[in-house]
Design a protein around this ligand. Structure first.
Ligand code: NAD
Length: 249
């Protein structure tokens, strides 16, 4: 793949594991300086780093790349603001935001605890909005920005037990639709990845034979395309096992 991100700064949320880790490694391998965000045991302190994120930073550095860790909870306004402020202090720009952090709290709607409903909306939808809102003025000023949302087949078509997750993942597509329009004049492009990958989140749900085929690394090339200089805007890229299907809104 010839896509490069030299000189660019990327924030990847939920990058201590799974897809986010793979995206962070992929961006760094192609020249981006990466803020690796995740929750962690040391998140409580102001601007503290997550242990999972720190491990990914070490992997990036070992491969010759540049990265820092930040332990913000994406659903916390102050922690998100601190993460973006620290990024600006360090590198003075934000070119790419990958809204990837996520959780599951599955139950059929009849049994759904509404605190879990709210929590899932908070992390996926409010978290994506908070992170994007925090980098938006920077990207507008730069006249350059690439934002990727992370949706899911559950948000596009629905899935049993996922009223909270499906609503949140439909919500991020709605956010993309509006921000893609509002960002266009400032050269900000906003797209959505809808992946299927074997990660901690999904591996208990997938057949054994599919695990290798669905490695997160098979999805990351699609994400790199969505945040590249030549990216489209307002598209949903469904991705699984190295296959990609693009839907334009
Ligand atoms: P994962 O559980 O391996 O990784 C998610 C990461 O997000 C974890 O490291 C977790 O600690 C972090 N996180 C959770 N809450 C956070 C918060 N509030 N702030 C910061 N970080 C937080 O899962 P994954 O499969 O890699 O999922 C990545 C994204 O892809 C999620 O948005 C998920 O909904 C989406 N997705 C995954 C699949 C799949 O097949 N794996 C399918 C559709 C969508």
């Amino acid at each position: 793949m010839s896509i490069r991100f030299d000189g660019q700064v990327a924030i990847v949320t939920g990058a201590g594991a799974g897809l986010g880790r793979s995206h962070a490694l992929g961006l760094a391998a192609r020249g981006a300086r990466v803020v690796v965000n995740d929750l962690g045991v040391s998140t409580a302190g102001e601007g503290a780093s997550s242990d999972a994120a720190l491990a990914v930073v070490e992997e990036i550095k070992a491969a010759g790349g540049e990265a820092i860790a930040h332990g913000a909870d994406v659903s916390n306004d102050e922690q998100v603001a601190d993460m973006v402020a620290k990024t600006m202090d360090r590198w003075g720009r934000v070119d790419i935001l990958v809204n990837n952090a996520g959780i599951l709290r599955d139950k059929t709607f009849a049994k759904m605890d509404m605190a879990d409903f709210r929590k899932v909306i908070d992390v996926h939808l409010i978290g994506s909005a908070l992170c994007t809102h925090a980098v938006w003025p920077i990207m507008r000023e730069q006249k350059y920005g690439r934002v990727a949302m992370t949706s899911s087949a559950s948000g596009l078509y629905g899935n049993f037990g996922q009223s909270n997750y499906g609503a949140a993942k439909a919500g991020v597509v709605g956010l993309m639709n509006v921000l893609g329009l509002e960002g266009a004049r400032d050269n900000i492009r906003v797209n959505t990845l809808a992946p299927t990958a074997a990660t901690r989140m999904t591996e208990s749900l997938l057949p054994e034979q599919a695990l290798e085929l669905l490695a997160p690394e098979t999805i990351t090339p699609g994400l790199l395309y969505l945040v590249s200089e030549d990216a489209p805007t307002r598209v949903i890229l469904s991705a699984g096992a190295g296959c990609f299907a693009q839907t334009r809104i």
